[in-house]
Design a protein around this ligand. Structure first.
Ligand code: LLP
Length: 425
């Protein structure tokens, strides 16, 4: 994760910048993003998937600098709202390289996408078809894809599994739902169907579920060719590539994934005498997650009969993931000359509920004191993008580090930010 370097006296640097310096300059809590790490991860994808189109899933974390980095690294972009789309385009991302997702796209999402000239819109439900065709209007055509449910169960937590028929995304292969919608789309002159999409879930650590999903979706492509005489040129296999949040945890092997998807695609298309579609993948977590580090300051240490609580100045408003998915992080104390003894402690946030736990039962110095700094690695994805205004604590700043320099990308949310929206009395 993030190009962290251990410094003498227990210090820790990211991108060549000591985290103590970040805390001094930008205060805590603060999120540090390692620009080189994000770029290096993009290059890993480009190397592993040289023939595929790779999109960065903006929902993992988005700000204008990240838009620029992934754009420069040759990525496309997956967005799921007018907000993400507008931010990306105003930061200079070419709209034709953007894909819009969403199970409930608002009129504003669709109008913005069409107005900005988005590359593709992924249709997720039958109700979208006529609405989208009408919005495109006569004499124009919009490229679309269809999200299908391949009936594969995969993903790090029940709440982030999207490959089965019992969840809200996509159209089922079973029962003919997907094929029926596809026939309707093909009947709309305003819509140009370029291919199928499936995203089976997130934080997946093995290749097999992707292979099963690919075979089933290619099977549908062959049926569409047989029934409608249409050969679809694109296949988007989504994201979901798992990463290690703690040392020793399994991460998805991207090279193995790329190799298997490629051979399976060629084989299953060969067996069905189908032209091999262009592969698209759209990772978010595996690009941004390991490039981020959250820095907190300890505000209180409390011993109870059976626990030690270490309370920090952030919590579930900047990282709801442990509370939502039971994710386990590996926080470490920084800037300590020596650690004599460790004991197990629970790192909690400052919010008004008992579920505000950042890391339960982790080893920390037994004499940890208020004022010390804690770093939480692998904090770059789905933390700040899911951050909230709970307790008016304010969302932390985002600081980019590179070659020993730190620069502020997103400033800390202030009370004035909240007050400016609070316009009634
Ligand atoms: N494509 C689609 C259509 C998606 O819905 C997602 C993620 C991705 C790609 C990227 O998946 P990734 O490569 O990042 O796993 N909040 C949860 C994760 C939700 C994922 C939502 N969709 C978490 O914190 O674990």
């Amino acid at each position: 994760p993030a190009s962290t370097t251990c410094l003498p006296h227990g210090g820790l640097a990211v991108g060549g910048v000591p985290l103590t310096e970040i805390a001094d300059r930008f205060d805590t809590p603060a999120y540090v993003l390692d620009e080189e790490e994000i770029r290096a991860r993009c290059r890993t994808y480009r190397d592993a998937f040289p023939e595929a189109e790779v999109l960065y899933a903006a929902k993992a974390f988005l700000c204008r600098a990240v838009v620029r980095w992934v754009c420069e690294e040759g990525f496309g972009l997956d967005v799921c709202s007018a907000g993400e789309l507008e931010l990306a385009v105003t930061a200079g991302f070419p709209p034709e390289r953007i894909v819009l997702h969403g199970n409930a796209k608002s009129p504003r999402d669709i109008d913005t996408a069409l107005c900005l000239g988005i590359g593709r819109i992924v249709i997720d439900s039958p109700s979208e078809i006529a609405r989208l065709a009408a919005a495109v209007g006569p004499g124009r055509r919009q490229k679309v894809m269809v999200r299908v449910i391949p009936g594969v169960s995969a993903g790090g937590h029940e709440k982030i599994r999207t490959g089965t028929d019992d969840q809200k995304f996509g159209l089922s292969l079973t029962g003919g739902y997907a094929q029926h919608a596809i026939a309707r789309i093909l009947g709309q002159p305003q819509l140009e169907l370029t291919g199928l999409h499936c995203h089976i879930g997130s934080q997946i650590s093995s290749v097999e579920p992707y292979v099963t999903a690919l075979r089933r979706v290619v099977g549908l492509m062959a049926r569409i060719r047989d029934a409608q005489g249409v050969v679809l040129p694109e296949l988007n296999m989504g994201g979901g590539h798992g990463i290690a949040y703690r040392p020793g945890e399994p991460a998805l092997d991207l090279t193995a994934l790329a190799r298997r998807l490629r051979t399976e695609l060629i084989e299953s298309c060969g067996a069905a005498a189908l032209t091999v579609p262009r592969l698209i993948v759209e990772p978010g977590r595996a690009v941004a997650g390991p490039a981020g580090v959250a820095v907190y300051r300890v505000l209180a240490v409390k011993h109870t009969t059976d626990k030690v609580f270490v309370a920090v100045d952030g919590g579930m408003s900047d990282n709801p993931r442990p509370a939502l998915y039971g994710v386990r992080y590996a926080p470490r104390v920084i800037g300590r000359r020596r650690i004599v003894n460790t004991r197990r402690a629970t790192v909690v946030g400052r919010h008004c509920e008992a579920g505000d736990v950042l890391a339960a039962d982790v080893p920390l110095p037994s004499d940890i004191r208020p004022g010390e700094l804690l770093a939480v690695p692998v904090a770059g994805a789905y933390q700040l993008s899911m951050a909230s205004g709970y307790n008016l604590v304010g969302r932390p700043p985002v600081v980019a580090v590179r070659d020993g320099h730190a620069r502020l990308l997103v400033r800390r949310e202030s009370l004035d930010d909240f007050r400016s929206r609070d316009i009634g009395i």
